[in-house]
Structure formats: structure tokens, C-alpha cells
Design a protein around this ligand. Sequence first.
Ligand code: CO
Length: 485
Amino acid sequence: MNNKFSLGFSSLDKEVVIDELPIKGVVPSWLSGTLVRNGPAKFEVGEKKMNHWFDGFAMLHKFSFKNGKVSYANKFLESKAYKYTKEHGKINYSEFATDPCRSIFKRFTQVFFPKITDNTNVNISRIADEFVAFTETPLPIKFDLKTLKSLGVFNYDDKLKGMLTTAHPHYDFEKKEGINYITNFSAKITYNVYSLPDSTKSQLNATVKRNLISSVSVREAAYMHSFGMTKNYIILAEFPLFMNPFKLLFGEVFVKSLKWKDKGTNFIIIDRKTGKVKGQHRTESFFAFHHINAFEQDDQIVIDIAAYKDSSIIDYLYLDVLRGEINKNLIIDNEFRRYTILLADTDSLVSYKLIGNNSIELPRINYALKNTKDYQFVYGISLNKDNGIFFNQLIKINVKENKEGTSLMPQIWEEDDCYPGEPVFIKSPEAKNEDDGIILSVVLNSKKQNSFLLILDAISFQEIARAEVPHHIPFGFHGQFYNFV
Ligand code: CO
């Protein structure tokens, strides 16, 4: 392992429960609840090594806050893929870029989408009062927030079909419904956008039915990790990174089914009420994992996105590159772009402007207050190139411009040898402004060989406390905060 931060890409085998972490600083006494985070934590099975960051077996980590104290626990998610590995000492499910080494014969005898993984290592959500872990295959896994024990697959009571979804559902606080989409490959390839109303939740034996909002037929399906939403529209940014279902049919790993075709990006705007495609708007080829926010302004839709020039970022996230084990330079080069679409033109060419000059990933906003609305602040991880090659700082970006029309200086948190994870915003109880609250981020300290939970004041972006974890926490993806301890 050659890169300083390689520890963040090495396995954590121990599952622990720690009632009280040592704290430096003062944790706000009003902070009460639990941050649950998801991410890969096991990168090898016996002699066999996983290939890609996205392949590792999911582990849940939780930090609970009460009366200024912080507890911690972690547990592997008991997916079928993980359980098989534990029992048999080998891989039996196809992960993002690691396959189980089946014989050619076996590959051909597998049915369509053979043994695709249920290793839900990307995000956390709640469906019908259950806590679930998500990945991009359609079956979430339920877990108990108190014990982190897995409770089996979450099944919907409907017939909505599809093989690939996102681990980034949206939530509409006014309509009280979740929104997501699922890509279905059959005679026709369709993006099926659906809503999941809260009204189906909470009642005993209630059914959990997704309502199809729109089914958009396409010739090829793009790989889209997230999507945008405004008050009236769903935005699918169709990057020219397309999936070939036949490759999956013949047992290829997911990443090998993806093909970059430099033919531009297509914004598909779907009317949430009618389900009709309002417009398709072309722009240059680019790729992104994460939409940041989107909103309507007069006769325009504004779409903020953490954009890469192409999909080569996926190749840089192979574990041997990230760990510096092979002779390939890790390049992380993304930017905060704001695309503006004129709604009246149904097939216009779209352009963007940059917001600031910094890279941003794992972006978060004050979602409850500002999702689908004009907003001011984004938090994310970012790269200070003078100081390293992997995300080594937290950033707070003010998306509003100063009077001269130029970007305002971002606020930065950084510390030597430290590699922060996704910053989660939690509003303070009597918040008056968008950024009244705190930021929680799990940070790897490569020098001390452990991780800590960092608490920043979201306004000043200064540290107010940290809670030290005795071991390292492998770099994760996403987490959510719930008001339960
Ligand atoms: Co994501």
C-alpha cells in the first residue's frame, strides 16, 4: 500500500459496540439522535481480492448522540452475498467489478442477470417505517437501528419491474412522498419514475405500493447514480455512459457492461403531474454521480451537479489505483456546474457555468429546507491538489455570487493527514438561517491510523468537537441522521 490514505481502502473486520467515545471539545447538548453510515468494509475473501471500491461488503456504522455524549457501533450487513462468503469462504455474487469466477459453462446456464449482488453498501433510507440499506440493485435490506442487525430484504407490494435503481431517492416534504426511478430491460428499455406515498406507511399490515409516474422508453439505458427534482419536474441527466444488458446476461460484471459513447448528455425533463416528457435538452458529454440540487426559477430550471468531463473517474476508483499499488496516477478532477434550461424550448441546447473553482463530491444541502428550492449553501468533500491526490478537505460553498457576479470564497476545513467523508448537515433546534446547525463527518487520520467523528459549526465551518474511534473506518459513501437514539 503506497498511498498515504490507503488505510481507508483496507478491510475492517471487527464489529464493536462502544458506549462512550472519548471526546475533544463540547458536543452540543441539543444534539440527540443517530447518524447511520453505509459503505464497503471488506475487500477480500480468502485469497480473492475485490477489484473496485464499490465492490466491498457493506458495513453499517452508527454514532448516537445524547446529553453531549457519543456512542458508536458497527456491523456488517447480512446480505445474501455476504452470508455466502462467510459460510463458504468465497464469492458467489457478481459485484460492481468483481465476479465470482464462474466457469464459462456456468455463465451460460445462469438466467438473465445472474446472481446479481444484494450487497447494499451505498446509502440508508426509511421505507414504511423500516430502516433500509440501499445499493443500485432493486432490493433494499432492512435493519434494526438499535442493534444494526439485518432483518432481511424489503419487498414492495407491487409489480413494478426493473433491474437497476438509484440509492438516492428524493423526498417531497409537501406531498409527503418518496421519488425514485428504476430502469427496466425487457422488449423495451424504460426508465420508470415512481412515487411512494407516506400514506402507505405506518399502518399495521399496510401495503407499500409504488405509483408509476412516468415510463420513458429509450434505445439504450444510461448509468445514472442519482437524479434531480424540482417542484414540478423530475430531471434525468442521461450521461453517455450506457449499459449493455447482453453483457450482464452473459455474466459480465456490471462495470464491463458500461460503455462511454461521446455523443453528448441529454437532460430528460419529466412532468411530475402528468408523467409526460416536457422536454429533452442536449449538452456536451459529461458524467456525474451526484446531482446537488435543482429548482425552478421563472421560466427556467436550474440544475446543480458535481460533474466530471467523462466517466474515467470510475476507472480511478479501482482499489489498486486508490491504494497506489499499480503504476497509474489517481486523478480526481470534477467541478461544480450549474446548468440552466429554458422550459419553453423543448429541445434546446444547454450550457453551464461553473460555481467556484473547487472540486466537490458527496454533496449535501439543508435538504429539509431547500430541496427543490433556490438555496445558498452546499457542503461536500473536496480535493486540495497542493496537499494530495485524494479528497482531503471539507468544503462549504456559497452558491450565490457577490455583486460583481463572481463566486464567493468557499469555507474549508482541513488538517494534515486527514481524509474526511460525506458531511451531513443537521439543523439546530431554533435555526433561523439555512446554515444554522452543525456538520457531521467521519474523518480518517492516516497518521494516527484511526478515524474520528468531526463536528463542525455549519456557519463558521470551525471544529466544535471530535469523537475518537479506536480503529479506522474504511471510506464510506452516504449516511443519514435520524432523531432516534
Ligand atoms: Co451516491
